[in-house]
Design a protein around this ligand. Sequence first.
Ligand code: SDX
Length: 435
Amino acid sequence: MSNPATGSVTLTLDGSNRSVSLPLLGGTLGPQVADIRKLYNELGIFTFDPGYGGTAACDSKITYIDGDEGVLLYRGYPIEQLAEQSDFIEIAYLLMNGELPNAAELKAFETGVTRHTMLHEQIRNFFQGFRRDAHPMAVMCGVVGALAAFYHDNLDIHDPEVRRIAAFRLIAKVPTIAAWAYKYAIGQPFVYPRNDLGYAANFLYMLNSVPAEPYEVSPILARAMDRILVLHADHEQNASTSTVRLAGSTGANPFACIAAGIAALWGPAHGGANEAVLKMLGEIGHADNIPAFIAKVKDKNSDVKLMGFGHRVYKNFDPRAKIMKETCHEVLGELGIKDEPLLDLAMELERIALTDDYFISRKLYPNVDFYSGIILKAMGIPTSMFTVIFAVARTVGWVSQWKEMIEDPSQRIGRPRQIYTGAATRDFVPIDKRG
Ligand code: SDX
């Protein structure tokens, strides 16, 4: 629950003596919020906030972002420290449970995840129904949603043990489904998970190994993949997380809720941006073409955006973009890639954009998606899999946020209101009386 009221704000209807005093609720960090729950009953009005840019939809203890200061905390720990000193499975425990695990807790959690990485053999059949050229995110929506058909009988989501198993199953099986979506697309056999590999290494193993020969996962690539998963794990009430919460607020099957989150993440304005950045860099082609491209972005009629730039919350650097940029240089260096034209182009595009008043005045900075695609491409991951990897990482955040919502005693079904601007009440006109 949020902290007790730290004051109030009074609203008065102009031209009337009707006013209401709304409690101001304070959290640990960030702005206070006006609790408007009694506004309609007291003043008969709603608030209007399309896109919820100024509306707190819930009380959460998981992630905090300060968009002006470029701060991102997972359970209070700065993303910079976690990226440097922790790893994805430990951060999954942290996001789910609220505290860093001790050695025994971490081992038990990791074993719990490892023991659920395999899929029911019949799930293989779902892949067969897709065209080989289906976008892997479409396959993810379908197959993750299908898990609901396999785990619906014992699904009392108010039983903590059921929630714990569902969380393990989702965190563990989504990478397997993601890797199998890739294998299906390229016509290679599915590779079963290995219990002797860490989370990121196992994912790379299932993506890249073939039965015809041994495959050794590069520690460099495993560490890079782990870093990418860490940076994408959670991010407050973004569009896909809000989708999962809204779906989950009806008591829906958690596997179906995560499939809804995957669908929302796919959009190019959200998680689909990493794939769109690579496409944009390919279209620009050469630094000489940057000015013409920037001119198109500034032309409102072109509907062209600088993909990987801008953010609803960050009005300063996205801290993840900074870490991703550093990781980009590290990975390319460790892979012995001396000059990556795409990285050079991205850095030149960033340099030009950050000196251009159009972007400065709109506080548009690189976000998490601007550099991630370049690393993934250098790691040999196909562009179509970029958002899938974002979904693998964000499943931990979605599951943590879903669990927090179900366990919140004040939680109610989500049901936003509207301002109706359609036709006033009118009588039906029989077809022979219409114009
Ligand atoms: C993610 O919410 C999250 O936390 C998301 C995420 C997460 O971890 O979950 O961080 C992941 O989704 C990152 C964002 C990835 N998307 C992109 O990189 C796509 C390109 N970015 C834009 O589509 C846009 O910046 C958004 C969608 C990210 C933010 O949209 P907003 O908040 O609605 O931005 P806005 O429209 O208020 O922007 C203000 C102005 C507008 O121009 P004016 O009407 O003032 O003239 O800036 C312009 C916008 O047109 N603008 C851009 C731009 N982003 C905003 N102009 C050119 N290129 C852009 N990228």
